[in-house]
Design a protein around this ligand. Structure first.
Ligand code: ZLV
Ligand code: CA
Ligand code: ZN
Length: 392
């Protein structure tokens, strides 16, 4: 029934590692690597795999992880537990590296999980650099909070930073865009002092209440004008309940301007799906269509791009969004039937049986929208003023 063909004039690559999906953060932890299995199930059932180059990426090596992360941190990460095996716990180090708490538990196979996530994103970056791919997809990546020597917010290894470092070997300027509901603090920090990477994060902002509490409108990079990174961090702090219509307007106004001033030669787009309505941790009212419109807008800029996953804690909605965004990447979004194919494995998980459930189906009663149009306009104005300082 589906006749999904390769996109005309460009090439899409899809980077996965099915071993990654088998890892567990623990019964009550919201991060479920299994959502990747559900995503792959939809992508395959719609026949999209025939339209892309599919790669099972090798795990990243220690040396590759070491391009961003410190030796002492990686060495401790490497001691992550084997189930029921006694090990030396160094409490001081666990505190220092933020490992073993409830956000970043030390679970069985942790090091493998991290190196596979990074392996997929690095593979994506290599294919973009080699011009073998124009849009490379790494749904197992997007772990934007990890720091050089510290785990944070379910993220241990910052695969995005590693992939961008790879892109910087062959492209003069990389634009990082982050539509996860959380602030992309780890990526922002890593490239804080360079004018070769501009970072733009859209997120819920309510310090002291919502993680990680950084990313205010006025936080635009180093305060010293002598630092090349000045004005190269853009933050779009939002309130609960933002709608598709507002988000699309904001995204297009901001990214449109950023593209004109910064002229990126490659894009890294983090597509955290916790910005969708009904997410277990998120607070927005975005539907798959509004989330995916961001991917479509970036695609139409015609610049080589890596698409990463990220957050997303209601697995059925994560899979819907990432499958539809894969369809946008291969330009078959108008060909696919919103009714989820009958032969889709785990089809009963999608209880509305459609790729696009209505807000009412997702939420019952939609969440109150606390974003005024005036505030959104002021934010666009602020970004316009920041970008006056940006000249490549
Ligand atoms: O989606 O967590 O609020 C990329 C991403 O951006 C916190 N963490 C931290 C700061 C001190 N705490 C509380 C500790 C929480 C313990 C475990 C949960 C368990 C069950 C349900 C929700 C949470 C939770 N944790 C909700 N928000 C947090 C954040 C971390 C959010 C990371 C987002 C990661 C993958
Ligand atoms: Ca974000
Ligand atoms: Zn998130």
């Amino acid at each position: 029934t589906y006749n999904i063909t390769r996109p005309k004039g460009y090439n899409v690559s899809f980077h996965t590692n099915p071993e990654m999906e088998k890892h567990h953060f623990g019964q009550t932890h919201p991060m479920k690597p299994w959502r990747l299995t559900l995503t792959k199930s939809l992508v395959t059932s719609y026949g999209m795999s025939f339209a892309m180059d599919n790669y099972v990426a090798r795990a990243a090596t220690y040396e590759e992880l070491n391009m961003f992360h410190s030796n002492d941190y990686l060495d401790y990460l490497g001691t992550a537990p084997a189930e029921d095996t006694p090990r030396d716990v160094d409490t001081d180090k666990e505190v220092k590296y933020n490992l073993g708490g409830s956000d970043c538990p030390l679970f069985y196979g942790l090091y493998d999980y991290c190196s596979m996530s990074a392996g997929g994103s690095l593979d994506a970056a290599r294919k973009i650099c080699a011009k073998q791919s124009d849009i490379a997809v790494s749904w197992g990546g997007g772990l934007h909070h990890a720091k050089r020597s510290e785990a944070s917010g379910f993220c241990y290894i910052n695969d995005i930073v590693l992939a961008i470092l790879q892109l910087l070997r062959c492209f003069p300027r990389v634009l990082y865009i982050d539509i996860d509901v959380h602030h992309g603090d780890g990526v922002e920090e890593a490239f804080f002092s360079t004018d070769r990477v501009m970072t733009v994060s859209f997120h819920k902002y309510q310090p002291e209440v919502f993680f990680p509490g950084t990313g205010g409108l006025e936080d635009n990079g180093p305060k010293s004008e002598h630092n090349p990174g000045a004005h190269h961090a853009i933050n779009v702090p939002l309130n609960d309940g933002i709608t598709d219509e507002q988000y699309e307007w904001l995204f297009q106004s901001i990214i449109g301007q950023v593209n004109e001033r910064f002229r990126p030669s490659a894009i890294a787009l983090q597509c955290g799906a916790d910005s969708l309505a009904g997410d277990r941790l998120g607070r927005f009212n975005l539907q798959v269509q509004g989330h995916a419109a961001c991917v479509n807008f970036c695609k139409k800029l015609g610049i080589p791009m890596i698409i990463f996953g990220g957050g997303g804690y209601t697995p059925r909605n994560v899979a819907r969004a990432w499958a539809f965004e894969t369809a946008i990447a291969i330009d078959c979004q108008d060909k696919i039937d919103p009714v989820i194919p009958m032969h889709t494995p785990w089809r009963d998980h999608f209880h509305h049986e459609t790729l696009f459930p209505t807000l009412e189906q997702i939420l019952g009663e939609p969440r109150a929208n606390k974003n005024t149009q005036k505030r959104l306009q002021d934010m666009v104005q602020h970004v316009t003023e920041q970008l006056r300082f940006v000249n490549f």
